[in-house]
Design a protein around this ligand. Structure first.
Ligand SMILES: Cc1cc2nc3c(=O)[nH]c(=O)nc-3n(C[C@H](O)[C@H](O)[C@H](O)COP(=O)(O)OP(=O)(O)OC[C@H]3O[C@@H](n4cnc5c(N)ncnc54)[C@H](O)[C@@H]3O)c2cc1C
Length: 473
């Protein structure tokens, strides 16, 4: 049995664990051990479908010490004119670089891939190799960092929750791209199951591959609001969309009289989009699309709104609110894995343990890096937790308000802490931080916009509690 000693044992070498490790390494002299069941760093990105990409610009995803991408703008496709979005392959390559060019060469990081964390007693963790079965014990001098809290479910590794009759063809998005290996008859129809970002990606992919919209059905249990990607652009040339967008968002939060009024205002100001303007979305999970993708998805007219799938039978779908007759030669694409399975919020800093969670929604890696910075520079858990209140991930449209309120409250606390504020300003993971910090004080238009942002943010905090009291769960 191998015996190791480390300061911090990080369980999970996905984006959360790597962003934490990277900042902790930069900000302390600690030794870190990362343990992960996957064979490569990057977590769920190793299991993602081939046409997956980031929702957000690469410019502020990943770890703090290494740029992702080259800061170029796309010149083709639906993201044209906006900052590049790394593909899944690029994200995997990037995390490989993080591990092999940043973390391991420091000499202060040990990485145990293909290994399962089994638990910890009295400061000693048990880890077993998935390949040899050999066990290791790891004495943890400082803390366990459980970087699994935000781990998303993805189609390739999640079993469907509905029954599938013999002979029905159900595939994952990955298997959809492998149809060339399948000698069965070409499907007459394609049916997308699920309404989240994966389902949206599959819709765009099918249409771009030339599948006629008439051949596509889409089971959409709930419609979703989506963030307009134009409002997430980090470059100064997008100032009016990004910071102007934040002003519009805060103004909407400050003035809305109800949740539905809030989303109507956000849509009117171009912050939020929806695929079908005839249906009121009940879901908001920070899925982010370009207006071009939304236009494309609007081509799909055969949308089945009868709740979730309970079973697929030959020639029929059984749904929560009734049956739907289907062509027997339909290929079903399962996009029902929930990337954001509801999880209870816990304090981030606990005795002997850190549970990185969102401290600014929806930025997973920024949040994890902030937690690591706070761990490295502040003394006691009470102080650390006061700086890092976990942001609940929205489960519905009402949840957006609470997520925004907690994100704003954290931001206000950070702005009063000079070292933290300065670190954030320099952090590549803080999407708009550098843009706002670099504004010329003589640029009256932009400084006025920043002033308005602060003013509207204060007003938003005042109104949000009233909105929360009135929002349905
Ligand atoms: C398709 C998709 C696109 C996304 N795009 C964005 C985006 O653009 N921007 C953004 O901010 N977020 C995005 N997200 C959100 C996403 O949650 C994060 O970006 C991030 O990749 C999640 O990483 P994680 O480390 O929290 O989880 P994971 O990637 O799931 O990593 C957790 C790791 O823990 C390991 N593990 C679990 N249990 C054990 C155990 N017992 N022992 C050892 N190891 C264990 C697993 O093997 C896994 O590697 C996206 C999510 C999806 C699904």
């Amino acid at each position: 049995m191998a015996l190791y000693t480390t300061d911090y044992l990080i369980v999970g070498a996905g984006a959360t664990g790597l962003a934490f490790a990277d900042t902790l390494l930069q900000e302390s002299d600690a030794h870190i051990t990362l343990v992960d069941m996957h064979g490569q760093p990057g977590g769920h990105w190793n299991d993602a479908y081939p046409f997956v990409a980031l929702h957000q610009p690469s410019a502020f995803y990943g770890v703090n010490s290494l740029e992702l991408g080259t800061g170029r703008k796309d010149t083709v496709g639906h993201n044209t004119g906006m900052y590049e979005l790394a593909s899944g392959a690029e994200v995997r390559g990037y995390f490989h670089q993080v591990m092999h060019q940043k973390l391991l060469p420091s000499g202060r990081v040990r990485y145990l891939p293909m290994s399962r964390y089994e638990g910890m007693d009295d400061g000693t963790a048990r880890v077993s190799s998935l390949l040899s079965g050999a066990g290791s014990t790891i004495t943890v001098r400082r803390k366990l960092v459980d970087a699994r809290h935000f781990s998303p479910g993805v189609p390739a590794t999640t079993k469907p929750k509905f029954s599938v009759a013999e002979g029905v063809r159900l595939v994952t998005p990955t298997q959809l791209t492998q149809l060339w290996q399948d000698n069965s008859e070409r499907p007459a129809r394609f049916c997308i199951l699920g309404a989240g970002k994966t389902a949206m990606d599959v819709g765009v992919w099918l249409l771009e591959c030339g599948v006629p919209q008439e051949a596509i059905s889409w089971v959409m249990p709930r419609d979703s609001w989506v963030v307009n990607r134009l409002t997430t652009q980090p470059g100064a040339e997008f100032f009016n969309h990004s910071i102007g967008g934040q002003v519009a968002q805060m103004t909407a939060l400050a003035e809305a009289t109800s949740v539905s009024d809030l989303f109507a205002r956000l849509e009117a100001s171009g912050q939020m989009l929806r695929i079908d303007t005839q249906h009121t979305p009940r879901m908001f999970h920070y899925a982010t699309l370009s207006e071009g993708e939304v236009q494309l998805l609007r081509q799909i007219k055969n949308v089945i709104r009868k709740g979730r799938v309970l079973a697929i039978e030959p020639g029929a779908l059984v749904l929560e609110q009734g049956h739907e007759a289907m062509d027997e030669n339909t290929l079903y694409i399962n996009c029902t894995a929930s990337a954001v399975e509801p999880r209870d919020i816990e304090p981030i800093f606990q005795p002997g343990k850190i549970l990185p969670q969102l401290v600014r929604a929806p930025l997973v890696t920024f949040s994890s890096a902030v937690c690591a910075y706070v761990e490295a520079h502040y003394e006691d858990d009470a102080t650390k937790n006061a700086l890092c209140t976990p942001v609940p991930f929205p489960r519905n449209v009402g949840g957006y308000i609470q997520s925004t309120l907690v994100s704003l409250s954290n931001q206000m606390r950070w702005s009063q802490d000079k070292p933290l504020r300065n670190w954030m300003r320099e952090s590549r993971l803080d999407g708009f931080g550098k843009m706002t910090a670099s504004i010329d004080p003589d640029d009256l238009e932009k400084t006025a916009m920043l002033g308005e942002l602060r003013q509207q943010a204060m007003a938003a905090v005042g109104n949000v509690k009233r909105l929360m009291a009135g929002s349905a769960a």
